[in-house]
Design a binder for this molecule. Structure first.
Ligand code: PMP
Length: 456
C-alpha cells in the first residue's frame, strides 16, 4: 500500500502549477522531486540535480539538515500550534524576534511575523497606511516600486511587483503605486555613462517623480537590494546612497525587501549592508528558515512603529494578523537556522566560495550567446543576447533562456530563466568544487543551445 506510485500512475494533473504556461505544462508534465541531500535534489527516477537556485532562492543550508528536522519535531511535540493574537505569544516567536532585532543592520523596534514574503510586504503596505493616518497625513500613502521588482503576488503586493506577467490580464485595485526605473546599468544606462553618473541620473529622475506626485502624497520606496526575479539586477555604484538622500529629503520611508538577499546571500548578513541602505522596514523570508518551514518577518523601526502604535490606541486595536503568522514550528526552525548561520559562520563560507561563482560566471562573457554576467556573493546571472555589440535581445519566440535551462536540466543542473537571463543562487553551503561542476555543466548547455541555433 505504501509503494511509491510513478508519475504515470498518479493524477499529476491535480496540481495547479504556478509560473508556467498551464496549457503547455499539460503536454510536458511535471518534474517530480522526491528528496534532497546537500546541494542536490533527486527525481522519482533517481536522477540527481544540482539545485542552482536553492529551490526558489530558499534552501540556504541545503537539503538534509538534521538539526532543522529535529527543531521542527521537538516543537511539534511541545506546542504544535499557538498564535500571536491579542497578548498571546510563545517561546519560539519571542526568541526569533529577539534574535532578528539583535541582527538588524540598523536599529529596529519591532518584528511582525507572517507566513510568506508576500504577506510581509502586504503588511508593510498596511502599516504605511496606518502611519499616514496617525500622522494626520491621510494622503501620504503612495508607494514607489521599481520596474522589474518582485515583492509578491497578493492583490496588493502584485501591484508593487513590476513584472507584467503578474497582472497582465486584469487590473489591480491599488492605484497608489508609482513605478520607478529599474537600475540596470548594462541595459538602461546611456552609452559611456559611468555607473556613478547613471546612479546620479536615476536619483534626479526619482526626485522629479516625487515632486510631480507631490511629496506630501509619497510614503515609501520599496526595493530589493539585488532585484531577484527581475533578473538578478545588481545596483550600480552609488545607487542606494543617492536614492536614499532623495527619500530623506522628502520624508519617504525605505522598505528593503530582503526576502532573497537576507541571511548572507550577498556576502553580508543583509543586502542593505552590502549596498549602504538604511531601511525603515525590512522584509525577510526564504533563508530565514532555509525554506524548511514557511515563515516571514517584517522589521520596523520606531519611525514606523511609534505612529502605528498610537493609531491602534486611537481605534482600539491593531487589526491585522495571520493565523499562521509566526507559527511555532516555523519559528523554531527559523531560530535553529539562525543559530546554524552563526555557529558555522555562514558569511565566511559565502565569501570563501563567492569568487568561484562570480569568476566562473564572468568567464562566460566570451561565449557567443552571452551579453552580460553579473552578481555578488552567491547570487548571479548570465544574460543571453542575439548581438553582443548592440546588446540586441533574441526573438522571444526562440525562447533561448528556457532552452538553455532545459539543456542544463538534462545535464543535471536546475536553473531558472527570467526571459533570457539565467539566474544562479545555489545553497550557501555549496563547495568550490560543486560550483565548478555546476558551471561546467551549464557551459555544456550553453554550447549545445548555441550549436542548435547556429545550425537552424
Ligand atoms: N520578495 C521577493 C524579493 C521575492 O523574491 C519573493 C518571492 N520570490 C517575494 C517577495 C514573495 O515571497 P512569497 O513567495 O513567500 O510570497
Amino acid at each position: 500500500r505504501a509503494r511509491n506510485r510513478t508519475t504515470a500512475e498518479r493524477d499529476v494533473d491535480s496540481v495547479l502549477h504556478p509560473y508556467t504556461n498551464l496549457i503547455r505544462h499539460q503536454e510536458v508534465g511535471p518534474l517530480v522531486i522526491t528528496h534532497g541531500k546537500g546541494v542536490k535534489v533527486f527525481d522519482e527516477a533517481g536522477r540527481d540535480y544540482f539545485e542552482g537556485l536553492a529551490g526558489l532562492w530558499c534552501t540556504s543550508l541545503g537539503w538534509g539538515e538534521e538539526r532543522l528536522v529535529e527543531a521542527a519535531a521537538a516543537q511539534m511535540r511541545k506546542l504544535p500550534f499557538y498564535h500571536l493574537f491579542s497578548h498571546k505569544t510563545h517561546d519560539p516567536a519571542v526568541e526569533l524576534c529577539e534574535r532578528l532585532l539583535a541582527m538588524a543592520p540598523v536599529p529596529m523596534s519591532k518584528v511582525f511575523l507572517a507566513g510568506s514574503g508576500s504577506e510581509a510586504n502586504d503588511t508593510a503596505l498596511k502599516l504605511i497606511r496606518y502611519r499616514a493616518h496617525a500622522l494626520g497625513q491621510p494622503n501620504k500613502i503612495k508607494v514607489i516600486a521599481r520596474d522589474k521588482a518582485y515583492h509578491g503576488v497578493t492583490v496588493a503586493t502584485a501591484a508593487l511587483t513590476g513584472l507584467p506577467n503578474n497582472h497582465r490580464s486584469f487590473g489591480l485595485p491599488v492605484d497608489e503605486v508609482i513605478r520607478a526605473a529599474c537600475p540596470h546599468h548594462y541595459r538602461f544606462a546611456r552609452p559611456d555613462e559611468s555607473e556613478e553618473a547613471y546612479s546620479s541620473r536615476l536619483a534626479t529622475e526619482l526626485e522629479a517623480q516625487i515632486l510631480k506626485e507631490g511629496p506630501d502624497t509619497v510614503a515609501a520606496f520599496f526595493a530589493e537590494p539585488v532585484m531577484g526575479a527581475g533578473g538578478v539586477i545588481v545596483p550600480p555604484a552609488g545607487y542606494f546612497p543617492k536614492i536614499q538622500a532623495v527619500l530623506d529629503k522628502y520624508d519617504v520611508l525605505l522598505v528593503a525587501d530582503e526576502v532573497i538577499c537576507g541571511f548572507g546571500r550577498t556576502g553580508k548578513m543583509f543586502g542593505t549592508e552590502t549596498f549602504g541602505i538604511r531601511p525603515d522596514m525590512m522584509t525577510l523570508a526564504k533563508g530565514l528558515s532555509s525554506g524548511y518551514a514557511p515563515i516571514s518577518a517584517l522589521m520596523v523601526n520606531q519611525r514606523v512603529y511609534g505612529p502605528v502604535a498610537e493609531e491602534s490606541g486611537r481605534i482600539g486595536v491593531f487589526g491585522h494578523g495571520y493565523t499562521y503568522g509566526g507559527h511555532p514550528v516555523s519559528a523554531a526552525v527559523a531560530v535553529e537556522t539562525l543559530k546554524i548561520y552563526a555557529e558555522r559562520d555562514i558569511l565566511a563560507q559565502v565569501n570563501a566560495v563567492a569568487p568561484v561563482l562570480q569568476d566562473g560566471l564572468a568567464a562566460f562573457r566570451g561565449h557567443p550567446l552571452v551579453g552580460e554576467t553579473r552578481g555578488v556573493g552567491l547570487i548571479g546571472a548570465v544574460e543571453l543576447v542575439a548581438d553582443k555589440a548592440s546588446k540586441a535581445p533574441f526573438d522571444a519566440a526562440l525562447g533561448i533562456g528556457a532552452r538553455v535551462v532545459a539543456k542544463a536540466q538534462a545535464h543535471g543542473v536546475i536553473l531558472r530563466a527570467m526571459g533570457d537571463t539565467v539566474a544562479f543562487a545555489p545553497p550557501l553551503i555549496i563547495s568550490a568544487e560543486e560550483i565548478r561542476d555546476l558551471l561546467r555543466r551549464f557551459g555544456q548547455a550553453l554550447d549545445e543551445a548555441h550549436g542548435e541555433i547556429t545550425r537552424a
